[in-house]
Design a protein around this ligand. Sequence first.
Ligand SMILES: C[S@@+](CC[C@H](N)C(=O)[O-])C[C@H]1O[C@@H](n2cnc3c(N)ncnc32)[C@H](O)[C@@H]1O
Length: 241
Amino acid sequence: MSASERRQSVRTGVVWAAVQELLAGTDAAPARIVDIGGGTGGFAVPLAQLGHRVEVIDPSPDALAALDRRARESDVADRVTGQQGDLSDLGTLVEADAVDLVLCHGVLDVVDEPTDALASIASVLRPGGHLSLLVAQRHAAVVARAMAGHFQAARDLLDDPRASARGGQRFTADELAPMLDGAGLSTVSVHGVRVFADLVPGSLLELEPGATAALVELETAVSTRPEYLPLATQLHVLARR
Ligand SMILES: C[S@@+](CC[C@H](N)C(=O)[O-])C[C@H]1O[C@@H](n2cnc3c(N)ncnc32)[C@H](O)[C@@H]1O
């Protein structure tokens, strides 16, 4: 495994396990999945390899070209489609009440109106369908800024979810719950993602045999413990319509 593959497995292990478990327990086989902001297919292609049909919607033509290449190289081009589009247009790109699972990973953070975005995601889900939502978490970002010596930036972010150099928004679990509720989605589970992964030096994973697997196991173990949730770089929420 290359260094970047090791890092990737630590970063996505918890999310991937939760999504796989969800799909294994649903009656839709194969499932119809929409990956909004799915980028180059980091989730779409492995999900297609499990037999599901995945529609990636992303505004970036470069990402969609990479997705297309990746899907062909993995022999799943017949189960993966790419479409240029924006989360704010989801309701016009996908019919209502039709989708088994929507992935929205790393995208709610960058839209202007997250509440409207959740409502349009809910509208394309079939009753009983699920949302897999991955967002940046504010508490951990405050800690990270303070530890890097950026005390004013940490102070700004403490009370302002949009106080970020890159303009994205960060959420807390307490803020997400009523937003999901308001969109008609009930929370099934909340996992903390990357509790330790971003703190561990990459060289440690390269030098210590078995360190990557042990770290993935540790991330999995802490992901459901509420006391570690505020330390997680990201929050992964599964919600049901
Ligand atoms: C941080 S990447 C995440 C990619 C992928 N979902 C993942 O988890 O690996 C954000 C992706 O969202 C896309 N994006 C940015 N703004 C968007 C919007 N308004 N609607 C849909 N996708 C958007 C970007 O092009 C990019 O591919």
